[in-house]
Design a protein around this ligand. Structure first.
Ligand SMILES: *Cc1c(COP(=O)(O)O)cnc(C)c1O
Length: 401
């Protein structure tokens, strides 16, 4: 049975996300041979030079500069296009996706595609710290001013808009502290005032929060996390609405952004199992979050699905699910010692792979609107291990601090 669809026979209207991650990007002309037959996953096409049939074809290629046509290696091959196409399909209402060598590059180029010298940016205070550094160092030096806002501000963001304000950047839930933002309220204000909206959607992915359909212009994902899913490649993506697509595409091209075909292929392979992996991350993380919340030696659990977490009601209203990353705070004892006592949790940056990780972190270092005075958090990435082993491990660590 064939699962490959050409453009006009693709039944886009009724398919659910779990079906889309299986079928996405498998266009007939990217997986099939003219002599017949088709490969299930688009293979790794490596290219720098593209050979043209004649000079007329060379000149025609320059003129059209179309997506989905071989032009030069930097513009990609079916390996990268297939991944980009699959990611676009997951965001109803989106027109295209650009790929980047990391999530950080995706954030930087998305912002650069929207902002120019003299513009003002509204940035959520709970943003991923390297994004903050991009604004405070790089963008500030190039004439873009940033005002940070409370992640719980909602429609109140209107009061922060200045004549030069051009864009609002969201990340929901926030890094380390997991505040959930009122995306629809912020988007409504932005549309009313003619501002561009961007969101770092790495935590929820389009499976649990399809943001383009909610009116956001640019959806950024560090595919390094859940899309790759196996802690062995780095990729970023930006999926765009029609309004911002041309600027995004042009900026990525002139800045020479390119993802190697091997990494694109790893991300495409990871994407196929995203729905089942997220369900396991979600269930195990929720079980552990509830288990932690019930303990007297835990101060609070910062998980969007738990009532301790700021914006929990908005999470329940807007999200289709939670994923495997959250934080908690000890009521007593030392966070570093707790993490050192764990046996099944690796100690390291990043997350979204199949393996569990633990990280002591101090959000106080990277907040400016509401100073964080509650001390360090322990951030857990709950992997695909048996949740009972993870709970046993956490339980023994509480005995050692
Ligand atoms: C990890 C991360 C990024 C950056 O992704 P890299 O691929 O590591 O560069 C961006 N945003 C969030 C929320 C992240 O967690």
């Amino acid at each position: 049975m064939s699962h490959e669809f050409s453009d006009d026979e693709r039944p886009t209207d009724f398919r659910r996300p779990a079906t889309k991650v299986v079928q996405g990007g498998r266009r007939k002309d990217w997986v099939g041979l003219e002599s017949g037959g088709a490969i299930v996953n688009p293979p790794v096409w490596r290219a720098s030079t593209i050979l043209y049939d004649d000079t007329a074809a060379l000149k025609a290629g320059l003129k059209t500069n179309e997506d989905g046509k071989l032009f030069y290696g930097r513009r990609g091959t079916p390996t990268q296009w297939s991944l980009a196409d699959a990611l676009t399909e997951l965001e109803p209402g989106a027109v295209g996706t650009m790929l980047f060598p990391s999530g950080a590059a995706a954030v930087a180029v998305a912002l650069t595609s929207v902002l120019k010298s003299g513009d003002h940016l509204l940035m959520v205070d709970s943003v991923y710290d390297p994004t903050r550094r991009l604004c405070d160092a790089y963008l500030a030096e190039r004439g873009v001013a940033t005002t940070y806002y409370d992640p719980l501000i909602g429609a109140g963001i209107e009061a922060l808009i200045q004549p030069a304000t051009r864009a609002i950047f969201m990340e929901s839930p926030g890094s380390l502290t997991f505040e959930v933002q009122d995306v629809p309220a912020i988007v409504a204000v932005a549309k009313n005032r003619g501002l561009v909206t961007l969101i770092d959607n790495t935590w929820a992915t389009p499976l649990y929060l399809p943001v383009i359909g909610m009116g956001v212009d640019l959806s950024i994902i560090a595919c390094t996390k859940y899309i790759v899913g196996h802690s062995d490649a780095m990729i970023g993506s930006v999926t765009s609405s029609a309004a911002t697509w041309n600027d995004l595409r042009l900026t990525a091209q002139v800045l020479g952004q390119h993802v190697g075909p091997d990494d694109a292929w790893l991300a495409a392979r990871g994407l196929r199992t995203l729905d089942v992996r997220l369900a396991r991350h979600r269930d195990s993380a929720l079980e552990i979050a509830h288990w932690l919340q019930a303990r007297a030696d835990v101060d609070s659990v910062l998980h969007p699905g738990i009532s301790d977490c700021s914006g929990h009601e908005i999470f329940q209203r807007d999200f289709r699910g939670s994923t495997g990353l959250f934080s908690f705070m000890l009521a007593r004892g030392n966070a570093d010692r707790f993490v050192d006592a764990l046996r099944h949790f690796g100690i390291g940056y990043s997350w979204g792979g199949f393996e569990s990780l633990a990280l002591p972190a101090d959000p106080g270092r990277c907040r400016s609107v509401n100073p964080w005075t509650r001390g360090p958090v322990i951030r857990l990435q709950i992997g695909l291990e048996d949740v009972r082993d993870l709970i046993d491990d956490l339980g023994q660590a509480f005995l050692l601090i």
